[in-house]
Design a protein around this ligand. Structure first.
Ligand SMILES: [Zn+2]
Ligand SMILES: [Zn+2]
Length: 312
C-alpha cells in the first residue's frame, strides 16, 4: 500500500516532502508553479538537486509526482493557446525530470466542441514535442507524462481509456507516456467499479488498451456527483457518492500497491492526516475483499486471462 496526497510545499520544493511526512503519506504530488497562471517558476539546478538530495534523505516518501498547470489545453484550436500550452507542459516536465519525479500528471484539455477526432493528432504532436524538448532526467530516473482521465465535462479529451489509447498510439506509443486514473473522474464518466468484477473490467481495459505498465498512479478521491454525472467534483473519502464502492478498485491486486494520491478537499486546505488514515483503512478493507478465504465473491475472475498490450 502506498498512500499519497497532493501537498503544498510553502514556496519551496523541499517543504513538500516535510508536508507529506506531517500527514503520514508515502508519496506526494506537487505543483511546480501556480496551477492557474502561465508564469513559469524558474528553478536553479541547485534547487532541484537539493530536492533530489532531500528525497533521498526522506526514504519514507517513495514517489514524487508533479501535477501540470491546469491552464494547459493541448486540444485547443487557438494557435496561441496551443503554443503556450506546449511551452508550459515542456517546462513542467523539465522541472519534474530535474527533481527526479516519477511523472508529470496532465489533463489533456478540451476541444470545445470541435470533436475528438479533430484533435488527436495535434494533442499527440504536443506530447511528442514536450517529451523531446524537456531535457534529460538524471541517470536512472524515468519521468513520463501521465495522462489523467477526464470526468467527461464539455469537450474534455481523455474521458475514456479508448480516447487515451488513441492519443498514446497517435504519439507513437513512446515510453515517456503513461496514465494516471482518477477514481472520481472514472466514476463521473460512468465507470462502475463497485464490485470486484467491475474493478477487474477496469484493470483489464487498462492492460488491453494502454498496457498495465503505463498505469503509474491513481488519484484517490470520492465524488460529490453521481455515477455518470460528467463533472469533476472531489469529495473526502466516505463522504461522497462512491463510498465503499471504492474498496473493490483500490483493493484489486493490480492497483493496491500503486501510489494512490489523495486530492480531497479535507476541511478546505487539502488532505489531512485523518484523510490519509481513512485511505489506509479503505485500502485494507478493499484488500480483504479479495484475500479473505470466505468472501462471497463469485467465480475466479482473478485467474481469468487478460489480453495485455506489450509493456512500454
Ligand atoms: Zn485528479
Ligand atoms: Zn479532478
Amino acid at each position: 500500500m502506498n498512500i499519497g496526497a497532493h501537498v503544498r510545499g510553502g514556496g519551496n520544493l523541499v517543504g513538500s516532502l516535510r508536508a507529506g511526512e506531517e500527514i503520514g503519506v508515502t508519496s506526494i504530488q506537487v505543483f511546480v508553479q501556480s496551477p492557474r497562471a502561465w508564469k513559469p517558476t524558474q528553478y536553479a539546478p541547485e534547487v532541484t538537486a537539493a530536492f533530489r538530495e532531500a528525497q533521498r534523505e526522506h526514504p519514507s516518501i517513495t514517489h514524487t509526482f508533479v501535477h501540470a498547470t491546469y491552464l494547459i489545453n493541448l486540444a485547443t484550436g487557438d494557435p496561441e493557446l496551443y503554443a503556450k500550452s506546449v511551452a508550459a507542459l515542456t517546462h513542467n516536465l523539465a522541472v519534474g525530470r530535474a527533481m527526479g519525479a516519477s511523472g508529470v500528471v496532465l489533463h489533456l484539455g478540451s476541444h470545445r466542441g470541435a470533436g475528438f477526432d479533430e484533435v488527436v493528432e495535434p494533442v499527440a504532436a504536443a506530447l511528442r514535442r514536450a517529451l523531446d524538448e524537456a531535457g534529460d532526467a538524471p541517470l536512472g530516473v524515468s519521468c513520463p507524462i501521465l495522462i489523467e482521465n477526464a470526468a467527461g465535462a464539455g469537450g474534455t479529451v481523455g474521458r475514456s481509456l479508448e480516447e487515451i489509447e488513441r492519443v498514446i498510439d497517435a504519439a507513437g506509443a513512446p515510453e515517456g507516456l503513461g496514465v494516471c486514473l482518477d477514481t472520481q473522474h472514472l466514476w463521473a464518466s460512468g465507470v462502475d467499479y463497485a464490485t470486484p468484477d467491475g474493478a477487474e473490467a477496469v484493470v483489464e481495459e487498462v492492460a488491453r488498451r494502454v498496457g498495465a505498465a503505463r498505469l503509474a498512479c491513481l488519484h484517490l478521491n470520492d465524488s460529490k456527483v453521481e455515477l455518470g454525472a460528467n463533472r469533476d467534483r472531489h469529495a473526502n473519502l466516505g463522504e461522497g457518492t462512491i463510498g465503499a464502492a471504492l474498496e473493490s478498485l483500490v483493493g484489486h491486486p493490480a492497483i493496491r500497491d500503486l501510489p494512490l494520491l489523495l486530492e480531497v478537499p479535507g476541511a478546505g486546505g487539502g488532505p489531512r492526516a485523518s484523510d490519509v488514515a481513512a485511505a489506509r483503512e479503505l485500502v485494507e478493507r478493499g484488500i480483504a475483499r479479495y484475500d479473505q478465504p470466505h468472501t462471497t465473491r463469485r467465480g475466479a475472475t482473478a485467474t481469468k486471462k487478460r489480453a495485455t498490450k506489450e509493456a512500454p
